[in-house]
Design a protein around this ligand. Structure first.
Ligand code: PLP
Length: 438
């Protein structure tokens, strides 16, 4: 990429001084400069416009700079950008909590606002532990998770991420030794989803049977495992997992940070299985990708148990908890989502991704192509072609960020058809050409 002198100096400083996600510093790979965004278009530093295939990591579901969300943000800035939440409250927090309680599965009545997905999961784990401490069962203090999971980058969440992807060996001495069941093997297929088929949940059951007395909660991403492998699994697995949690007296934490707010074709992925978890987290798309905010919800039973035990409170309170600007943004994003025909939009995107990406499955070097809702995944055999494919996509006018062998996209729900076509054409070309060169 050819930069102006001004941009080159920005990039140079960045490479020398700024950490990027999962990157070294100094960074040998120059990041790509971005000037502005509009809808599903990103304007790069050289004034090229490319189609955004990532929604900024699942978050920007309405595209960027949506006029309704921007207007809500501007109005809130002039009223009250921030106020502490200790002992005080405000309309944006209450209105947002009302929406979350109403829209999430029946029974999730209590809301804790957090600053990021990882923090909301920390709170979820803390609450699960405290639930048992309050009942004098502090030996129930381990987490059970399923492999290929991803729940965040902080220490408690790292310890429930997939042990290999999450690089547990690095932090072996400090990470809590949790329990892991194999990832569900059957994919998402509601037509042939057999409730009575327990084959891929047997191991989970065995672990629960053996260890339930020391397990506080099962954490999982419902239906779609995101950053730990972009895998989709069947609703029956989730129903069976919920039933097992009840049978063995273990809480269920559903991490909807990636799946929440429509991405899978349901507002929340738990709806595919018709279950209410004991604890649920949302983030990412909560503010339409505009500000950092997440939330943890739990049932009355969980919160009542905690508040009737010692010390009777939830010991957590981030400085920027329930930031009014973020709350107002989230309200605008949720209201907009409910106003648009989001289910139709997602069905259209799903059909398009299936039609355009499925033929890649025939290529040598492609292991699998899978599509669910507004998520398209091309899984390669090799895990070292991501950056080449990314560069080729960018040449063809689309921004994606593969990881390992996974080339994937999750566009905004309102992406114009023509831009969606540019996106899938770019992915198609990039995958074909890159594989052909090997
Ligand atoms: C992104 C993600 C998180 C972590 O959220 P952050 O806001 O990045 O801390 C947790 N769980 C899932 C499923 C995610 O996709």
């Amino acid at each position: 990429m050819q930069y102006s002198d001004h941009w080159q100096s920005l990039i140079d400083f960045d490479q020398q001084h700024i950490w990027h996600p999962y990157a070294p510093s100094p960074n040998p790979v120059p990041p790509i400069g971005v000037k502005s965004t509009q809808g599903s278009l990103i304007t790069l530093a050289d004034d090229r416009q490319v189609v955004d295939g990532m929604s900024s990591w699942w978050a920007a579901i309405h595209g960027y700079n949506h006029p309704k969300i921007n207007a809500a943000m501007k109005a809130q800035i002039d009223t009250m950008p921030h106020i502490m939440f200790g002992g005080l409250t405000h309309e944006p927090a209450v209105e947002l909590a009302k929406r979350l309680v109403k829209l999430t599965p029946e029974g999730l009545n209590k809301v804790f606002f957090a600053d990021s997905g990882s923090v909301s999961m920390e709170v979820a784990i803390k609450i699960a532990l405290q639930y048992w401490i309050s009942q004098g069962k502090s030996q129930k203090n381990r987490m059970l998770s399923i492999r290929n999971g991803y729940h965040g980058d902080t220490f408690a969440t790292m310890a429930v991420c997939d042990p290999v992807n999450g690089m547990h060996h690095l932090f072996n001495d400090v990470l809590r030794k949790n329990l892991f069941a194999p990832a569900p093997q059957m994919g998402f297929d509601i037509q042939s989803d057999n409730q009575d088929d327990f084959s891929d949940i047997r191991e989970l059951q065995k672990i629960l049977q053996q260890h339930h007395q020391e397990i506080a909660a099962l954490t999982l991403e419902p239906i779609v495992q995101g950053a730990g492998g972009m895998r989709f699994y069947r609703p029956a697995y989730l129903q069976q997992a919920k039933a097992l949690c009840e049978q063995y007296d273990v809480l269920l934490i559903a991490d909807e940070i990636a799946t929440g707010f429509g991405r899978t074709g349901k507002l929340f992925a738990c709806e595919w299985a018709g279950i209410t978890p004991d604890i649920m987290t949302v983030g990412k798309a909560l503010t339409g990708g505009n500000l950092t905010m997440a939330a943890m919800l739990c049932t009355d039973k969980v919160s009542d148990t905690i508040c009737q035990g010692e010390p009777g409170v939830l010991m957590h309170g981030p400085t920027f908890m329930a930031n009014p600007l973020a709350c107002a943004t989230a309200i605008a994003s949720i209201d907009l989502l409910l106003e648009i025909p989001w289910q139709e939009n997602i069905a259209t995107i799903e059909q398009h991704l299936k039609t355009e990406l499925s033929p890649l499955a025939e290529l040598d070097g492609v292991k699998d192509v899978r599509v669910m809702g507004a998520i398209g995944v091309v899984e390669l055999e090799r895990n070292d072609l991501g950056s080449q494919i990314q560069a080729a996509c960018l040449e063809n006018g689309a921004w994606i960020r593969p990881f390992g062998k996974l080339i994937y996209t999750m566009p905004a729900f309102n992406i114009p058809q023509r831009q969606l076509q540019t996106l899938t054409d770019a992915i198609n070309q990039a995958v074909k050409h890159t594989l052909a060169k090997q």
